[in-house]
Ligand binder design. Structure first.
Ligand SMILES: Cc1ncc(C[n+]2csc(CCO)c2C)c(N)n1
Length: 220
C-alpha cells in the first residue's frame, strides 16, 4: 500500500466525520444559511493567503526543480482562488470590501493559518508537505462527494464546481504523488511525523468548517 493510501485509511473515520458534518450536509442539500456561507468565505479568504504563503515556503524547501515549480504554482493558485472569492462569491453573497476588511481571522482560522505557516518554516520538507496535503485531498474528496449528492439549483453550485472540477483534481493527484515520492525516501521517524502532521491538519480542516457553522467569533 502506498504511503498516502495508508494515511487515507488511517484517517478515514475523521474524513467520514467531515463528510457528514452539518456544514457539508447543508451545503450539499442547498440549505446552508447565507450567513454561515458568508462567514466561511471571509475566513477562507484569510486562510488562502496563509495557505499560499506556506506553499511558497514549502516550494523553497523542495528537493528538485519540478517540485519547486509544483508548489510555487500551487501557491499562486491559492492567491488566484482568494481573489476570485472576492470578485465572484463575495460579490454574489453581498460581502462588501468594508465588511471583509473589518472582519479579523476567527480563533480557528488564526490557529490553522499559524499552524501551516509555522510548520512550513520550521519542519522538514516532507513534514511540511504532509501538513499541506489535507487541504488539497480532503477538499477534492468533499467536492466530488457533495457534487454527487447536491440538490438541483443549489445556491452554492459554483463553489462545489471548483473543488469537484478536473483541474483541481489533477493538481491534487500531483501533490499526492509528490508526498508518496518524498515518503519513499524518508526515514521511519520522518514518516511518523508526516502521519502526525497530516492528522493534525485534517482535524483543523474539520474545525474550520465547524467554526464557520458556529459563526465563531472572539469572545472578547
Ligand atoms: C480551509 C481550506 N482548506 C483547503 C482549501 C482548498 N484549496 C483552496 S485553493 C487550493 C489549491 C491552491 O493551490 C486548495 C487546496 C480551502 N479553500 N480552504
Amino acid at each position: 500500500m502506498s504511503f498516502t493510501a495508508e494515511i487515507w485509511k488511517e484517517n478515514s473515520a475523521l474524513f467520514e466525520t467531515i463528510r457528514t458534518m452539518p456544514f457539508n450536509q447543508e451545503l450539499a442539500d442547498g440549505t446552508l444559511s447565507q450567513e454561515r456561507f458568508r462567514h466561511y468565505m471571509i475566513q477562507d479568504a484569510h486562510y488562502l493567503v496563509a495557505f499560499g504563503r506556506a506553499l511558497a515556503v514549502a516550494a523553497g524547501k523542495a528537493d528538485n526543480s519540478d517540485e519547486v515549480a509544483q508548489f510555487s504554482e500551487a501557491a499562486r493558485t491559492a492567491i488566484i482562488v482568494e481573489r476570485s472569492l472576492h470578485a465572484d462569491f463575495m460579490e454574489q453573497f453581498n460581502v462588501s470590501p468594508a465588511t471583509f476588511s473589518a472582519t479579523p481571522l476567527s480563533p480557528t482560522t488564526h490557529h490553522y493559518c499559524n499552524y501551516l505557516v509555522a510548520t512550513s518554516w520550521s519542519a522538514s520538507y516532507p513534514v511540511a508537505l504532509a501538513a499541506l496535503l489535507p487541504c488539497f485531498w480532503i477538499y477534492a474528496e468533499i467536492g466530488r462527494d457533495i457534487l454527487a449528492r447536491a440538490a438541483k439549483n443549489n445556491p452554492y453550485d459554483a463553489w462545489i464546481a471548483t473543488y469537484a472540477g478536473e483541474e483541481f483534481h489533477a493538481a491534487v493527484r500531483g501533490v499526492i504523488q509528490t508526498v508518496d515520492r518524498v515518503a519513499s525516501v524518508a526515514s521511519a521517524e520522518t514518516r511518523r511525523d508526516m502521519h502526525a502532521a497530516y492528522t493534525h491538519a485534517a482535524k483543523l480542516e474539520w474545525m474550520f468548517w465547524d467554526a464557520a457553522y458556529r459563526l465563531e467569533q472572539w469572545a472578547v
